[in-house]
Design a protein. Structure first.
Length: 161
């Protein structure tokens, strides 16, 4: 599904936004393999840990050079135990309706986009329908941002993802 270090760096438990970084690779894989897609959204993740915001230059250096994020985070008692605010649901995953795909070895851009729009529409619907039940305020918004293209080294050659 979605998720990753991009969202970790943009997560702020005190903000009124939840960021979802847009990736489409799983849509292509689902179409190529004929696997249906079940949209899902997990509420409550943003309140599990605190993290230290590091300068972007430091974060970017670790991602570029080591292909891993440098994240300083802590939970209860400054351990890896997650916080649990009993006034909010702990972690709740909600599921949408399965999206049937037509298996294609080389799906067209248009078909990928069509399936993607169905998926993202359901994610937005799940978020808006359920956010109030799981501790998110009415003014909380879901922000969709495209993933940044990353360069990585494979056997000394640069490749674009």
């Amino acid at each position: 599904m979605q998720g990753g270090s991009d969202e970790i760096f943009e997560t702020d438990p005190n903000s009124n936004k939840t960021t979802l970084v847009v990736r489409k690779g799983f849509i292509v894989l689902a179409i190529q393999t004929g696997a249906n897609i079940v949209p899902a959204f997990t509420f409550g993740e943003k309140w599990l840990y605190h993290r230290k915001a590091l300068p972007p230059a430091v974060q970017n250096w670790f991602m570029r050079r080591l292909r891993m994020p440098l994240i300083i985070f802590w939970g209860r008692y400054f351990t890896w135990l997650p916080y649990h605010d009993t006034s909010k649901a702990f972690l709740t995953c909600v599921f949408g309706s399965p999206i049937d795909v037509v298996q294609q070895a080389e799906p067209s851009h248009e078909y990928i986009e069509q399936v993607w729009q169905q998926y993202i529409g359901q994610i937005q619907g799940l978020y808006e329908t359920h956010k109030g039940k799981y501790g998110y305020p009415d003014d909380e918004v879901l922000v969709l941002r495209e993933a940044k293209a990353r360069k990585h080294h494979a056997h000394g050659a640069k490749k674009e993802q």
